[in-house]
Design a protein around this ligand. Structure first.
Ligand SMILES: Cc1cc2nc3c(=O)[nH]c(=O)nc-3n(C[C@H](O)[C@H](O)[C@H](O)COP(=O)(O)OP(=O)(O)OC[C@H]3O[C@@H](n4cnc5c(N)ncnc54)[C@H](O)[C@@H]3O)c2cc1C
Length: 407
């Protein structure tokens, strides 16, 4: 194999290039990304970056790394088309780049709900460094922020805005916070934590339109029941959609993401997909798409290993995730969705630990500010509940004797 092209210069694309070199790939690596500049991490955009404004601290690697590793980085360049027959990627400037293997790391973009006046000045979304820079500038003059969406990004932003003394209302259509990703018990805990930060939260409430003032600037949100929530900054944080268009137009199967097999290959053996855009066979036996640093990084490492080593194992990393909301670090090991049983373990100090089970085995563990328990939990996913009951659900004790999990 002579030439590997990676489309997308985010967390997963960057890791794929790095891991290929670590695995000994000596051929050409070309990264094509439509964002300007060096690859950077997104998680701090809704956390530390908002306070510090330090964009250099976001970089995944310094500029010298790409030169030293002979990785060609075409930033600010959009891939427009994949020609699978010729094994070439065409970029928007008309250039064609041949590949022996292609890695699709195109990530996701924010979902824009069909609300009137969504393009009014003062309406923001948060996905890129450019988004974060613009929000940061506005926040200094904001009195009341209205957040549409009570998921991770909306709540991280809400906590950060409260710390900056901005008053905040969060509007969430579901009856609980972070409903797609955490247990009802954890949703409830975070509702109280956000109340204690002084955030107003409207659950089971639909946004209907962005209100505008006489100059056409955003002035808040009109709710479906006719009430109005006034505010001078509106953040739309209603989830993401995977960037599948390139793959779909090239005839690859896409269903809530680019569908890949257990080794992260698409239906074309010369094309892999990873991270936010990849729908892969998950731990519960059905295809899942995870929006996390862990998935992007572990997928990338797996693809690099598979390309460089004969007969690799199928992809089998335990999913994990974190979210910093004010002083509270939520960590999730495993997948909390589809659980059929739950045990809430009160802790002598701090918040409870929540164990979620599926068909008698540990499926996920949710913790707040308890990193040691989270690390133990990652080793214990899929352990039968009887084994954990035998040691009184002391996860740190149980992890000492657990078999190592695949990473
Ligand atoms: C504000 C924020 C906070 C987050 N916090 C956390 C957190 O606390 N914990 C956590 O685990 N995860 C967090 N995430 C999610 C995490 O950042 C993503 O899961 C991760 O970045 C996914 O990596 P990726 O490489 O799949 O996609 P991305 O990092 O999104 O990279 C994809 C890149 O491909 C580019 N691209 C798309 N199409 C094309 C094309 N046709 N041509 C060229 N380039 C293209 C995109 O512009 C983008 O630059 C957060 C995300 C955001 C936005």
């Amino acid at each position: 194999m002579q030439r590997i092209v990676i489309i997308g210069t985010g967390q997963g694309g960057q890791q794929a290039a790095t891991s290929l070199r670590q695995e000994g790939f000596a051929g050409e690596i070309l990264m094509i990304g439509d964002e300007p500049g060096l690859p950077y991490q997104r998680p701090p955009l809704s956390k530390a970056y908002m306070a510090s404004g330090d964009a250099d601290a976001l970089l995944l690697k310094p500029a010298a790394f790409y030169e030293r590793s002979s990785i060609i980085l075409r930033d600010g360049t959009r891939a427009a088309r994949i020609d699978r027959t010729a094994q070439e990627v065409e970029t928007e400037d008309g250039a064609r780049h041949g590949y022996d293997h292609l890695i699709l790391a195109t990530g996701a973009r924010n979902f824009r709900p069909p609300l009137p006046n969504l393009d009014a000045p003062g309406v923001a979304e948060l996905r890129t460094l450019a988004d974060a820079e613009s929000i940061r500038r506005r926040l200094a003059h904001t009195r009341h922020a209205v957040v549409v969406g009570g998921g991770f990004i909306g709540l991280e932003f809400a906590a950060m805005a409260r710390a900056a003394n901005v008053s905040v209302t969060v509007i969430e259509a579901a009856p609980r916070l972070m409903a797609r990703a955490v247990s009802p018990q954890m949703s409830d805990l975070f509702l109280k934590l956000h109340w204690s930060m002084g955030t107003e939260i409207l659950l089971g409430t639909m946004a209907a339109a962005v209100m505008t003032d006489a100059d056409g600037n955003a002035a808040g949100i009109t709710l479906a029941d006719g009430r109005e929530v006034a505010g001078d900054l509106v953040l739309i944080a209603t989830g993401v959609r995977p960037n599948v268009e390139l793959a779909a137009e090239a005839g690859l199967t896409c269903r809530n993401g680019i569908v890949v097999d257990g080794s992260l290959l698409t239906d074309d053996p010369a094309i892999s997909a990873l991270g936010d855009v990849a729908a892969f066979p998950g731990p519960l036996g059905r295809h899942v798409r995870l929006e996390s640093v862990q998935a992007a990084v572990d997928h990338a490492r797996h693809i690099a290993r598979r390309l460089m080593r004969p007969a690799p194992q199928p992809y089998a990393s335990v999913p994990w995730f974190w979210s910093d909301q004010g002083k509270h670090k939520l960590q999730i090991a495993g997948l909390a969705t589809d659980a059929d049983d739950c045990i809430v373990l009160p802790q002598p100090t701090g918040e409870p630990v929540i164990l979620l089970f599926k068909e008698g085995c540990l499926a996920a563990v949710e913790t707040i500010n308890a990193p040691a328990i989270h690390m133990s939990a990652r080793r214990l996913i899929a352990t039968p509940s009887a084994v954990l009951a035998a040691c009184d659900y002391d996860l740190r004790q149980a992890a000492k004797t657990a078999a190592p999990v695949a990473h």
